[in-house]
Design a protein around this ligand. Sequence first.
Ligand SMILES: [Zn+2]
Length: 400
Amino acid sequence: MTTGPGSQSSLREANATRVLEAVRKYGQLTQVELAAATGLSQASVSNIVKRLVKAEILQAQNTIRSGRRAQSVSLAIHSGLIAGIQIGRRGLSVALADSALEVKERISLRLPVDHRPDTTLDRAAILVAELLDRIGAKPDDLLSVGVAISAPIDPQTGTIAVAGILPGWDGVCVAEVLTRRLNRPVIVDNDANASLLAESQLGGLRGVPNAMYLRASYSTGAAIKIGGELYRGARGTAGEIGHVQIEPTGLICTCGGRGCLNTVVGAEALVDLLRLSRGDLSLSDMIALALNNDPGCRPVITDAATQVGGVLADFAIMFEPSKIVVGGELATTGDMFLDPIRAVLASRPLLGDSVEVERATLGSSEDLMGALILAHREAHDVVTAEKTSVPHSKTASEVA
Ligand SMILES: [Zn+2]
């Protein structure tokens, strides 16, 4: 072992980086968990945490783990606010939170289905300003902004990776436009990825290294976590299960493909099945009726779940997650939607009961929480870079 001062100090920095990266990856850890996650001794972890807390890079707070008092460690941002923005096909939500991710204010708006980027991003920027105003904060108090959007984002260009998925938004770099409007760093990701991030840090995927998040809503999307890291693929479209072909001679999809899962289980396809007998229903009407045991709406939902389960089972055989959490409107029907998925997975000999399927634990706001977490990490990167020589690496995959 070399003992020169240079090598000792670089070893110390490398160990500090390992601790910092583990906290970035898992969100909040006790020192015992940090030792396990980094492979360092508890004494080393304790020294590093002390140093990083003193440098105001990490913060320590008291918590309870397994019924015992413990001290947990998380990223520190001491003052300032972060904003999360969720942009869907039919709505826009904005939240403001403090550095502990406690939401201070939030607002949601419905949008026309064909909403356009200029007006929607203007509205988002105005809502951020309005929420800051509501809590008596100044624009300067805002550190950074995270955005979760209903389309795959190409990590190289920051634009939507597949033309047509969010009509009118092709070629728009949301981060660039909002950075100009808000004069703050903005980080943008797909809403399923953001939800997986939120579930990984605060919800049911905490400590689960191989997992999937499924959003079953107006359309279907998913995010994949492998070895604790979000897997995006080469262009950011990994996990777009709504565009897996299940009917080769089926309807043409928004992506230009044919018979994609979305053309069969998307909201429009589902309510179409009920039009003759139930008239024009919205997705939430259909869900409300199904929860009321409507004999038409129930099988539409359970059959959709069986179709989704078939595609999920193929995914699960390919990369073997131990858990899938399901969010989105259809998940609000609970076991009505989850049981058929469980049944399809269990029917595959390679899977059996190895994959747990649960409802997302953060309710309907996991994508907005994911946007806040993206903003929180961005803000922390800026603060860390200003404060210290401890290096931090930010890669596209380092979010889960
Ligand atoms: Zn498609």
